[in-house]
Design a protein around this ligand. Structure first.
Ligand code: EPU
Length: 425
């Protein structure tokens, strides 16, 4: 459990860590590199540790020191694959394509992950079927299971990724070694997808990007069996800290590795609600404390639109804005449900339907015991706690630890009053 004491005047600087959503597909892609992959700037967070344990259950050799990760996939076996851990993280779906390349078959339980309502993987499976694999879904002792096997068909194929992130990543990995040419239409182009494209290109893959979200993958005979690569910093973590600084800094705070270019639409929205920011160059952004916030409407979107993963931190900012704001969460159904936690802290919220909510502010947030619904909703409770009066207690902090590296020490370093305490059951 976390205890956060409000009314802070934070001062200092924060350095953004490596991106979770970039690191996970790169770790999966190391299975395609049939020997050594060295990845720098990997965040030490729950989802990475779980994913590495899954890789170890595949017999992969892993050496993770500070933020440098070395992986050796020269010997692999599906014999002891850890089903329990696979179920726990949604990113396990990224194992499908690289494992198919190595074994021509894979059986895994349906990956679940965070508490975000509906998350089918139909387009991953459709894309794999399209290039020749056979997919069956069945229930094994009450566990929904995915079973894929077969051989890659040759020829030119066109497949759709429907702008979904891990779908695009899986389809890229499935096709880099397929003869002859694959056109992935409606690809996601989030910064973490581009990081995977750069990694695969460095490993000799032939990938071309077109302006209309089309990716063309041409066959290469083999990939390099050794690669060193650096993960990009996490633009979602940077956006989260921008909201924290706007609401809880003394005057201003700086963010290093701020991914300013990746956050263009988010930063424009911050400016629209009167948050002042200054580009300090070298990817450092200075965010000033805001005393009066203007209400606005946001609509989440695919990149480079307003990121769904920053919807919840921004909602806390809007609870402090003058009068009525509206959130339209386009990508996920029910990803606004967590707002009931903010309501416990007396924010005035109307959830209109599974995709829309209204927030009426400004409200003096009141301390409460709240819970983390998912990773982003959990970190938003920390933000709410920092601006609330008295002590806020946050349960289910494992969700936050899955995606934010050292969040407690990063906040303590800027004088936040936050600590992890034992949960009394
Ligand atoms: N969807 C489908 N069919 C598919 C795939 C997706 O209908 O085959 C729909 C889902 O129903 C959902 C939406 O597409 O409404 C997003 O799907 P999904 O949960 O599969 O997204 P993802 O690609 O697995 C990545 C990030 C998420 C981020 C989303 C949206 C990773 C490992 N995860 O998920 O990150 O929210 O893209 O940008 O990259 C997070 O970091 O907190 C997080 C949830």
């Amino acid at each position: 459990m976390l205890k956060v004491i409000g009314w802070n005047s934070l001062e200092g600087i924060v350095k953004i860590s490596g991106s979770k959503n970039a690191a996970l597909p790169l770790i999966a892609a190391s299975i395609l590199i049939k020997w050594k992959t060295k990845l720098e700037w990997i965040p030490r967070i729950g989802d990475i540790f779980t994913f590495l344990e899954i890789l170890e259950s595949l017999w992969t050799k892993v050496n993770f020191v500070w933020n440098t990760l070395e992986i050796d996939t020269s010997i692999l076996s599906l014999e002891k694959l850890d089903f329990e851990k696979i179920k726990r993280i949604r990113a396990s779906v990224l194992l499908l394509s690289p494992c198919l390349q190595r074994f021509w078959k894979i059986v895994i339980p349906f990956p679940w992950g965070c508490n975000i309502w509906k998350r089918p993987i139909d387009w991953h499976l459709e894309g794999l079927k399209n290039i020749g694999y056979e997919v069956s879904l069945w229930v094994k002792s009450t566990i929904p299971t995915i079973d894929i096997s077969g051989n890659l068909e040759e020829g030119e194929k066109t497949i759709n990724a429907w702008f979904w992130v891990t779908t695009t990543e899986n389809l890229l990995m499935a096709n880099v070694l397929r003869k002859w040419k694959t056109i992935i239409k409606l690809s996601a182009i989030e910064p973490h997808v581009m990081n995977l494209v750069d990694f695969l290109r460095k490993a000799w893959a032939d990938i071309q990007m077109r302006f209309d979200n089309e990716i063309i993958v041409n066959w290469v005979e083999e990939l390099s069996n050794k690669i060193n690569f650096e993960v990009v910093s996490d633009y979602i973590e940077a956006g989260t800290f921008m909201v924290i600084w706007a609401l809880a800094s003394k005057d201003y705070l700086d963010i290093e590795n701020a991914r300013i270019n990746d956050l263009y639409s988010f930063i424009e929205k911050l400016k629209e609600v009167w948050v002042k920011v200054k580009n300090m160059w070298n990817d450092t952004l200075r965010v000033f404390r805001v005393n009066k916030i203007k209400a606005t409407n946001i609509q989440t979107n695919i990149f480079p639109g307003f990121p769904t993963d920053l919807q919840s931190p921004f909602a806390v900012l809007l609870s402090q804005a003058e009068w009525e704001s509206k959130i339209h969460e386009v990508l996920f159904e029910w990803r606004l449900s967590w707002l009931v936690e903010l309501e416990k802290m007396k924010a005035k919220i109307n959830i209109l339907n599974p995709h829309e909510a209204e927030i009426i502010g400004p409200t003096l947030l009141r301390w409460a015991t709240v819970t983390s619904w998912d990773l982003r909703a959990g970190v938003s409770m920390i933000i709410a706690g920092l601006v609330a009066n008295w002590d806020t207690l946050i349960t289910n902090v494992e969700y936050i630890e899955r995606g934010y590296e050292d969040i407690v020490s990063k906040l303590k370093n800027v004088w936040a009053n936050i600590e992890k305490i034992e949960e009394i059951i």
